[in-house]
Design a protein around this ligand. Structure first.
Ligand SMILES: Nc1ncnc2c1ncn2[C@@H]1O[C@H](COP(=O)(O)OP(=O)(O)OP(=O)(O)O)[C@@H](O)[C@H]1O
Ligand SMILES: [Mg+2]
Length: 326
C-alpha cells in the first residue's frame, strides 16, 4: 500500500552560540491514508519542529517528505510551498490556539485565512459558516475578535481554519495542552468525529500517552530529536522496548506494571553526540557500548526501536512484583 506520507531522514539543526542544536536528527516514518500517528516526547524533543516541517512551514536541512508515494515536497521551500497545490492537502493546527490567531482580524477572517484570503465575499462567508457549524462554533461568534473567545472556542477556530481548505492530512500540535481538562475531552471528541466524518489522516503531537492511546493507531517516540521507538500504539504500550518509552508508559496513570524511572540529567541537544546513545546519561540499562556506539533503529513490520538492550528492556517488564528498576 502506498503511504499518504513517507518521511525519510529528516534533519533540522538550529545554529546556536557557535554550535548546532540538533532539533531533529534522521527522523522517518510512514503514514497511511486514514491512519493516525501520535508524536510523543518531553518538552524540547522536537515535536513542534517536526510538525512545522511536515506542514512545510519550515525547511529541513536534510531528508524527504514524499506525498502519495510520488512527490517529494521536502525540497520545495516553505515559502514556495505556500503557493503549491499540495498546500491545501496538509494543514497544521498550532500548539497554542490563542497565539496563532490574528488579534486584528475577526473570527470569520481568521478562519478564511485557511483559504489564503481575508475577503469575506458571499461564497467565502458561506464556507466559513459551514466549517464553523462543523466544529460547533456558534455563528454569533464569527464577528468577534479572538481575544473575546474562551480557550475552547479559540481551539475550534484553529481547527476550522485548518479544515476549511479540505486537507487530507491534519497535523495537530498539542491541540488541547492549554485547555482545562473538561474542555480537553470535548475537543478530543470533536477531532475524533471530524477524523471519521472527513476520513482525515492525522499526525497528532502530544506529551500525553493517554491522549495518544485514545486518538492514534501508531506512535513515534522522540528523544532529543531522534526517533527512539515507533510502532502500533497497542504493541508499544503492551511492551515498550526502549527505556525512554518504558519510563513514559510507567509514568502514565493506569499502568500497573510497577515503577520505572530515569535518573540523571538530559544530555545537551547542542552539538549532540553521534557516537553514543543520548539516553545513556539517564538510563539504568546503559553500559560501555551505549556510551560509544549510537544505536540504530532496528526491528520489523513497522515496529522499530533504537536501543542496544531492547530485548532486555521488554523482558524486564515480566519481572517479579513491583518490577522496580532504578
Ligand atoms: N528557531 C529556533 N532556534 C533555535 N532553537 C530552536 C528553534 N526552534 C526550536 N528550537 C529548539 O529545538 C528543540 C526542539 O524544540 P521543539 O519546539 O520542536 O520541541 P517540542 O518537543 O515541541 O517541545 P514542547 O513540548 O515544549 O512544545 C528545542 O531544544 C528548542 O529549544
Ligand atoms: Mg512543541
Amino acid at each position: 500500500m502506498t503511504a499518504l506520507l513517507e518521511v525519510v531522514g529528516l534533519s533540522r539543526r538550529f545554529p546556536v552560540g557557535g554550535g548546532a542544536l540538533h532539533a531533529l536528527d534522521d527522523v522517518g516514518f510512514r503514514l497511511h491514508a486514514g491512519g493516525s500517528i501520535g508524536i510523543i516526547g518531553e518538552s524540547g524533543s522536537g515535536k513542534s519542529t517536526l510538525a512545522t516541517i511536515l506542514a512545510r512551514l519550515d525547511d529541513p536541512q536534510e531528508g524527504g517528505i514524499v506525498l502519495d508515494g510520488s512527490r517529494d515536497i521536502a525540497g520545495v521551500s516553505a515559502r514556495a510551498f505556500g503557493k503549491d497545490p499540495a498546500r491545501r492537502a496538509i494543514q497544521l493546527v498550532f500548539q497554542t490556539a490563542g497565539d496563532a490567531l490574528n488579534p486584528a482580524f475577526t473570527v470569520a477572517q481568521n478562519i478564511a485565512i485557511g483559504l489564503g484570503t481575508l475577503r469575506l465575499d458571499a461564497a467565502t462567508l458561506e464556507r466559513v459558516r459551514k466549517v464553523a457549524t462543523e466544529v460547533d462554533l456558534g455563528h454569533d461568534l464569527l464577528d468577534r475578535r479572538p481575544h473575546q473567545l474562551s480557550g475552547g472556542q479559540q481551539a475550534r477556530v484553529g481547527i476550522a481554519r485548518a479544515l476549511i481548505s479540505k486537507p487530507r492530512l491534519l497535523i495537530l500540535d498539542e491541540p488541547t495542552a492549554a485547555l482545562d481538562v473538561s474542555v480537553q475531552a470535548t475537543i478530543l471528541r470533536l477531532i475524533d468525529r471530524l477524523r471519521r466524518e472527513r476520513g482525515l489522516t492525522l499526525a497528532f503531537v502530544s506529551h500525553d500517552l493517554e491522549v495518544v492511546r485514545l486518538m492514534c493507531d501508531s506512535v513515534l517516540v522522540l528523544y532529543l530529536g531522534r526517533v527512539v521507538e515507533i510502532g502500533a500504539v497497542a504493541d508499544i504500550l503492551a511492551a515498550p522496548s526502549h527505556p525512554y518509552t518504558r519510563a513514559l508508559v510507567a509514568a502514565s496513570p493506569g499502568d500497573g506494571r510497577g515503577t520505572f524511572r530515569l535518573a540523571g540529567d538530559t544530555a545537551s541537544p547542542i552539538g549532540a553526540s553521534r557516537t553514543q546513545c543520548l539516553l545513556s546519561t539517564r538510563c539504568p540499562f546503559a553500559d560501555e557500548r551505549c556510551r560509544s556506539e549510537r544505536p540504530a533503529l532496528h526491528g520489523k513490520d513497522g515496529r522499530l526501536v533504537a536501543c542496544h538492550h531492547a530485548d532486555a528492556v521488554a523482558a524486564s517488564l515480566d519481572d517479579a512484583p513491583g518490577n522496580a528498576v532504578r
